[in-house]
Design a protein around this ligand. Structure first.
Ligand SMILES: C[S@@+](CC[C@H](N)C(=O)[O-])C[C@H]1O[C@@H](n2cnc3c(N)ncnc32)[C@H](O)[C@@H]1O
Length: 275
C-alpha cells in the first residue's frame, strides 16, 4: 500500500480503506476527559503578559504557540463516536492483525466492553499498564500514574515477535545468574517508561504526545518488516515515526492541521528520540 498521510475525519478515511489491508493498529483517541487538551509554549522576556516566578519575582512573557484539540464529548456520544470507528478498524485489519487502544481511567472500563463486543471477548490478549512518574500528585488518594492499553487480535492467530522485543533489567539480577542478567528479561504487561521529557529533543509540544519507545515496542512485537501500521488518531505522528524507523509502512490520520504539520516535519527529518 505504501505510507500515507491523511488530513480529515478518520471515519471517512477508514471507510475508504479496503478490508483486510492493515496489519497493526495503534490508536490513542481522546480519552473522554471532558476538557480541551492544550499545550502552550511561551517565550519570556517580552510580551504583554506577566507571571510570577521563583522568589516572587514577576516577568513578562508572550504565547508563541497554542496547540489544542477537543476532548469534551459527553460519555454516550464519545462511546458512539468510538464504536463506529472501532467497527471500521476491525474491518480493515488483516485476519492475523491486532489492535492496541490507548486509554486511561476515564474510559478504560467502557472501551473494554466496546472491544469485547466488536472483536469478541475471546480476542482480548492483554491490558497493558503503562506506568510513568511525572506531574502533580493527589494528596487525598494514590497518584494516578498509569495509562491502559487494551490489546486485541482480530482472529485466532496473530503476530507476536517475542524475540524482537527490547529487554529490561531483572528486578533481582542476583537470583538469575550473570548470563541471564546480562540479557535482561521480557517485559510483562506492566511497562515502566518515562513520558516524553519536557526538555528532550523528541518533544514536539503537541498535547498528549506519546514516547516513540512505547510505540516501537508495540510495532516490533506485533508487526513484521514491510507490513502496514496505522494510527487513526495520529497527533504528533509518533506511530508513523516509529513505523518509519522500523521499516514498516504507516497510515497516519488526524483532523487537526497543526498535528499534521508537526507529524510531517518529524517524518521528513526522521527525528530520532534521545539516546
Ligand atoms: C491523544 S491525541 C494523539 C496523540 C498521539 N498519540 C501522539 O503521540 O502525538 C488524539 C488525536 O486525535 C485527533 N482526532 C480526534 N478526533 C479525530 C477524528 N475524528 N479524526 C481524526 N483525528 C481525530 C486529535 O486531533 C488528536 O491529535
Amino acid at each position: 500500500m505504501g505510507s500515507q498521510i491523511f488530513h480529515g475525519d478518520n471515519l471517512a478515511v477508514l471507510e475508504s480503506l479496503p478490508a483486510g489491508s492493515v496489519n497493526l493498529i495503534y490508536i490513542d483517541p481522546p480519552f473522554g476527559t471532558g476538557q480541551v487538551r492544550s499545550h502552550r509554549r511561551i517565550k519570556t522576556g517580552s510580551g504583554d503578559a506577566t507571571r510570577s516566578g521563583f522568589g516572587g519575582r514577576t516577568y513578562q512573557y508572550e504565547t508563541v504557540s497554542q496547540l489544542a484539540y477537543r476532548d469534551d464529548m459527553p460519555l454516550d456520544e464519545y462511546l458512539a463516536f468510538l464504536r463506529v470507528r472501532l467497527e471500521q478498524m476491525h474491518r480493515v485489519l488483516t485476519d492475523d492483525g491486532s489492535i492496541y487502544v490507548h486509554v486511561d481511567f476515564h474510559a478504560v472500563h467502557h472501551v473494554r466492553l466496546l472491544l469485547d463486543d466488536i472483536f469478541g471477548e475471546e480476542r482480548f490478549l492483554n491490558e497493558i499498564i503503562w506506568a510513568y512518574d511525572y506531574g502533580g500528585r493527589h494528596r487525598d488518594r494514590w497518584p494516578r500514574k498509569h495509562d491502559n492499553i487494551l490489546y486485541y487480535s482480530k482472529g485466532p492467530r496473530w503476530t507476536f515477535n517475542r524475540d524482537d522485543i527490547d529487554r529490561i533489567p531483572y528486578m533481582a539480577p542476583g537470583l538469575v545468574g550473570p548470563e541471564k542478567a546480562a540479557i535482561g528479561k521480557l517485559p510483562t504487561d506492566v511497562w515502566w517508561m518515562t513520558i516524553v521529557p519536557t526538555n528532550s529533543k523528541e518533544r514536539t509540544g503537541y498535547p498528549t504526545q506519546k514516547p516513540v519507545a512505547l510505540i516501537e515496542r508495540i510495532i516490533r512485537a506485533s508487526s513484521n518488516h514491510g507490513e502496514v501500521v496505522a494510527d487513526f488518531f495520529g497527533g504528533s505522528g509518533t506511530t508513523a515515526v516509529a513505523a518509519q524507523r522500523l521499516g514498516r509502512d504507516y497510515l497516519y490520520v488526524d483532523s487537526n492541521e497543526e498535528a499534521l504539520a508537526i507529524a510531517r516535519e518529524r517524518l521528513a527529518s526522521g527525528t530520532a528520540p534521545d539516546g
